[in-house]
Design a protein around this ligand. Structure first.
Ligand code: PEP
Ligand code: MN
Length: 263
């Protein structure tokens, strides 16, 4: 059944409209030097359209690095000024939204652990009422398409017009080939239900390793996805989060060069 958002139907414009839209940057902002070096090297490749950085990190267990917090936002603002590239940050609370807007972040994204929680999504939607900023919505951690659609609807209902989707795979217990199984039929169904929304693939969180990134990225391109979000770090092995899946800016450029864009 086709889903209609009627008068609140979101329309992808401007920043989210470029195809392919390539977003890259570190899983987490760690230090000013790490963030600026990663972002300037990414920009120098000429292959990246938007910079990402996790400022507040939703970690599975306490005691892990939970993000540098608001003090990282001026670093990202500086990266934006130095590179001329727009920026995107994960927001999980209204305060995150307020802080991100104060530091000129161009696009917000809602993480998988937030999309699962309707209270959190509604709180974000309420904070975004009347705010003109694009928002990317990752799929929920588990394979619940209605919940993903519900998050889109909550944002559309408060008037957020510029919406997009990120496919980051779905959690399953035990060791599998993927950190988060792609279950491609689910994003495909999402594309069918919301054909006007761009959908980009996040191979980094699907794979959880470096070796699978290119194949997953290529698969998403073959399925006519609209872009990629890939994590990059100047020193991946020593990253403070998601060390196994991040690649250097140079490796990222090689990976992108190896992809075949058929659409
Ligand atoms: C991230 O993008 O670094 C992240 C935490 O992703 P996800 O919400 O997909 O787990
Ligand atoms: Mn990450």
């Amino acid at each position: 059944m086709s889903q209609s958002l009627t008068s609140e139907q979101p329309v992808a414009t401007s920043l989210l409209k470029k195809k392919p839209l390539i977003i890259s940057g570190p899983c987490s902002a760690e230090t000013e030097e790490q963030l600026i070096a990663t972002c300037t090297q990414l920009a120098a490749t000429g292959k990246v359209d938007m910079l990402r950085a996790g400022i507040w990190k939703p970690r599975t267990k306490p005691g892990m690095f939970e993000g540098i917090g608001t003090k990282g936002l001026p670093w990202l603002q500086k990266a934006k000024q130095l590179t001329g590239l727009p920026t995107t940050v994960e927001v999980a609370t209204p305060k995150h939204v307020e802080d991100a807007l104060a530091f000129d972040v161009d696009v917000l994204w809602i993480g998988a652990r937030t999309t699962v929680n309707p209270f959190s999504v509604q709180a974000l939607a309420d904070a975004l009422r009347g705010v003109d900023i694009p928002v990317l919505i990752k799929n929920p951690v588990h394979p619940d398409l209605e919940l993903w659609l519900g998050a889109v609807e909550r944002l559309a209902k408060v008037g957020v017009k510029d919406l997009g989707l990120i496919h980051r795979g779905f959690a399953s217990y035990g060791n599998t080939e993927f950190r988060n199984a792609p279950m491609w039929h689910l994003p495909i169904e999402m594309k069918r239900r919301l054909p006007e929304l761009p959908i980009i693939c996040d191979p980094s969180h699907i794979c959880g390793n470096r070796t699978g990134l290119a194949a997953v990225a290529q698969k998403s391109i073959d399925l006519d996805f609209d872009g990629l979000m890939l994590e990059s770090h100047i020193d991946p092995d020593n990253a403070w989060s998601d060390a196994k899946q991040q690649v250097t800016p140079q490796r990222l450029a090689e990976l992108l060069d190896g992809l075949i864009w058929r659409h």
